[in-house]
Ligand binder design. Structure first.
Ligand SMILES: CC(=O)N[C@@H](CCC[C@H](N)C(=O)O)C(=O)O
Length: 376
């Protein structure tokens, strides 16, 4: 029987302890335990909230190369039935951050053992799924002290075969804004609707109206998404709901469309307020800046990947996914790429089951790329 690669084993450990943004206490402890076990005198480790920075000093540094992995899970009840499924009920690594961490540890371990000329900075970042760890982490003292000259990150892609690396220069991921709308009317007896302002009906109408924004207010040659992922309201089946709450997200490919979508949301909510004689509040939660891959470094990486034996290169299109890595790329040149992990079920699905062969392939490719960049 073939032995499990150490970084696949690490991925399985991490997969069992998913934690949501800024609650990644066990994850941070696991990572620190591993990092201390390989620490040497070229390595410095600093924590920031539930995140970690690891700096590896180069032998003849002219620059610092950054690599970022996000570490949080999602509030999803896992349905994979894997032997190493989540032990945290109702939480799951359903966005592949367990892969992201184990790959980062694999690359880091290589350079802890094999010296490189340039400095390396590994960033284990909390709260990518929300409320966003990248933006505050960028402002941290450690980041300011060790700020890299270029930065790289990857995201697993269930839709691509194992061994594929998909990337493009320029815009890769969308601008995002969370969306929370609270409606408050007048509840009452289910048999006396004329004496109430029913917030379940108001919420349903608003969800339908919101969908018209993308089809009727955004330029058809542009792209936008409004998804309402959660509706709550009411208390029991025979009481008319006094309150309802919609929770969703907005995605656009540019800031102007985001402003347009938000102004239309405000107008539609005003309409609901007038029509239902109710109160309504909009909260946009956290917003992520688009992921914009720096042209020159991305083209160089695409060429490097195209010529590499271990992976297949695919020149992809942009996606409506969001990533707070966009805040790092706003200040530091670099890029994010997709790593094919071929799963029947996609990101944010309870049955996501990425192919673990991708872990060692990604480690090899990143080690080769950093060796090339860090010695030239
Ligand atoms: C890669 C990925 O799936 N990222 C998340 C980021 C979510 C940002 C925020 N919480 C929001 O929902 O707007 C995504 O859903 O794209």
């Amino acid at each position: 029987m073939s032995q499990l690669s150490p970084f696949v084993a690490i991925r399985r450990d991490l997969h069992q302890i998913p934690e949501i943004g800024f609650q990644e206490f066990k994850t941070q402890a696991y990572l620190l335990n591993y990092l201390h076990s390989i620490q040497n005198d070229r390595m410095e480790i600093e924590t920031w909230r539930t995140g970690i920075f690891v700096r590896i000093a180069g032998t003849n540094p002219r620059k610092t190369i950054g690599y970022r992995a996000d570490i949080d899970g999602l509030p999803i009840k896992e349905q994979t039935e894997l032997a190493f499924a989540s032990q945290h009920e109702d939480y799951m690594h359903a966005c592949g951050h367990d892969f992201h961490m184990s790959i980062a540890l694999g690359v880091l371990t290589h350079f802890a053992k094999h010296a490189i000329e340039d400095n390396l900075l590994f960033i284990f970042q909390p709260a990518e799924e929300g409320p966003g760890g990248a933006e505050p982490m960028m402002k941290s003292e450690t980041m300011q002290k060790w700020k890299p000259d270029m930065i790289v990150a990857l995201h697993v892609a269930p839709e691509y075969p194992v061994g594929t690396i998909a990337v493009k220069e320029g815009l890769l991921f969308a601008n995002t804004s969370e969306l929370f709308i609270d409606l408050k009317g007048k509840g009452g007896h289910a048999a006396y609707p004329h004496e109430t302002n029913d917030m379940v009906i108001a919420a349903c109408q608003l969800v339908g109206q919101l969908q018209s924004i993308v089809s009727r207010n955004v330029n058809p040659l542009d792209s936008a998404v409004i998804t309402i992922g959660k509706i709550t309201g009411g208390t029991v089946q025979n009481i008319i709901a006094e309150e309802a709450r919609l929770e969703g997200t907005i995605r656009t490919l540019n800031a102007e469309s985001m402003n347009k979508v938000k102004s239309r949301i405000r107008a539609l909510v005003e309409g609901i307020k007038a029509g239902f004689e109710c109160e309504a509040e909009i909260d946009y939660g956290s917003m992520y800046y688009q992921v914009d891959n720096e042209e020159q470094l991305t083209r160089e990486f695409m060429k490097f990947t195209d010529e590499a034996a271990e992976v297949d290169f695919y020149h992809c299109k942009e996606a409506m996914t969001g990533e707070d890595f966009g805040y790092m790329l706003k200040e530091i040149p670099g890029f994010m790429f997709w790593l094919g992990v071929q799963s029947e079920y996609g990101l944010h699905h309870a049955k996501l089951n990425p192919n673990e062969r991708a872990i060692d392939l990604a480690i090899t490719h990143l080690v080769n790329y950093f060796t090339f960049k860090g010695n030239s």
